[in-house]
Design a protein around this ligand. Structure first.
Ligand SMILES: [Zn+2]
Length: 381
């Protein structure tokens, strides 16, 4: 199954790699690895069903609306807006369905070449999901994994409804859902794993599907309807979703760095070398940013922070390095955290220890180079 996903974004000829993909989603390689180590590989199976869906595309579109308002009656305004306002073209000559975000004042549009196949019918639910999300988030940026998560969630809610209301249609659609699942967790997941082992692999939009699918499968039954709606809106960060997902696996992200024991008898220089080494290791585990700097630039920057006492490496209860941060102070005494990383998910521990380390600092802002709102408040007391 191939699906072109068109979104109105600035055209760029830049080649992207897995590190760019992780950075875009504000997640680390270790977090992704952690998620993937609990998933099993599936063999891909072809869409075997050649059956015909008798319903018209418009009927399916109506049915999706019914399913969603039944599941989230409190959000019927937005659901009906997606139903009424989306510009739909069901007999498009496009080879693959797509959706377009036409901007904040315009309705989204979707195009499908509806040929009455069960695959086409499920595509309608999928594209409804994209259109609904575009309406809910008012054209704010939503990461590709979160986009696909919303679309797959709408497919799932639609299927659940159809199973209750229309057995014949459900029997046509369920094999497609299953076959898609095998593709996501088969060839698509393999492609992600391959890219993680070969960081020079170029970005492929299909990388987003297996992650979205794993999140959906894990979180669907363990989340309230309110939490599920936040996935439609794209208002829960991917990092939160991943950590909820991995905590639902009842396993903690495994920190595989060696423990270290500090001794007061050691010369201070050893401690400085250790901090430097741990900072480098933590950046390497994060898979993005500083570990890509040239060694002399990394060293110069880290040395500058060490000499200014503006670098803190924190360890967990097992004495393993779990995160580090660097910062600078502006003329008003405010701290700006210039870099922070906790690749094994200990962000709160890092923040808590940093607050304790800087007891007199009333306000700290964190610098997020990949966010549109570059400086965000880390604490205010
Ligand atoms: Zn999609």
């Amino acid at each position: 199954m191939t699906r072109l996903e068109k979104h109105k974004t600035t055209k760029s000829h830049k080649t992207y790699f897995i590190k760019d993909w992780l950075l875009l989603h504000q997640i680390t390689g270790a977090q992704l690895k952690h998620l993937l180590c609990f998933t099993h590989h599936y063999p891909s199976i072809p869409n075997a069903v050649e059956d015909r869906v008798n319903e018209t595309a418009q009927h399916i579109w109506n049915l999706v609306t019914e399913a969603l308002t039944d599941f989230w009656p409190e959000h019927d305004l937005q659901i009906n807006k997606a139903f009424n306002c989306t510009e739909t073209k069901f007999s498009s000559d496009t080879s693959t369905p797509f959706n377009l975000d036409n901007g904040i004042d315009q309705s989204p549009s979707i195009e499908i070449n509806y040929q009455h196949s069960p695959v086409d019918a499920l595509h309608i639910a999928h594209e409804f999901g994209h259109a609904l999300q575009i309406i809910c988030c008012r054209s704010a940026f939503i990461s590709p994994i979160q986009r696909e998560l919303a679309a797959l969630l709408i497919e799932k809610v639609f299927l659940k409804y159809v199973q209750d209301k229309d057995n014949n249609l459900a029997n046509l659609l369920l094999p497609i859902w299953h076959s898609n699942r095998c593709t996501y967790l088969g060839t698509d997941l393999n492609a992600v794993k391959h890219a993680m082992e070969n960081p020079q692999s170029t970005y492929n939009y299909r990388w987003n599907y297996p992650i979205a699918h794993i999140l959906l499968e894990t979180l669907f039954h363990n989340s309230s309807k309110l939490e599920l709606w936040s996935m439609v809106e794209g208002s829960t960060s991917l990092e939160e979703l991943l950590s909820k997902c991995t905590s639902d696996f009842k396993l903690k992200l495994n920190n595989y760095l060696p423990p270290y024991m500090h001794s007061d008898a050691e010369p201070k220089l050893i401690d400085a070398y250790r901090a430097l080494g741990m900072a480098a290791l933590l950046d390497v585990e994060t898979w993005q940013g500083l570990a890509e700097n040239k060694i002399d630039a990394f060293y110069k920057q880290a040395l500058h922070h060490l000499q200014n006492n503006s670098l803190l490496v924190v360890t967990n209860a097992q004495h393993q390095a779990s995160g580090y941060a660097t910062w600078k102070q502006d003329t008003h005494g405010k701290i700006i955290i210039t870099h922070q990383t906790a690749p094994f998910g200990d962000h709160l521990l890092l923040l808590k220890k940093l607050q304790r380390h800087l007891p007199n600092i009333l306000q700290a802002n964190a610098y997020h180079p990949s966010s549109s709102n570059k400086e965000q408040i880390a604490w205010h007391r």
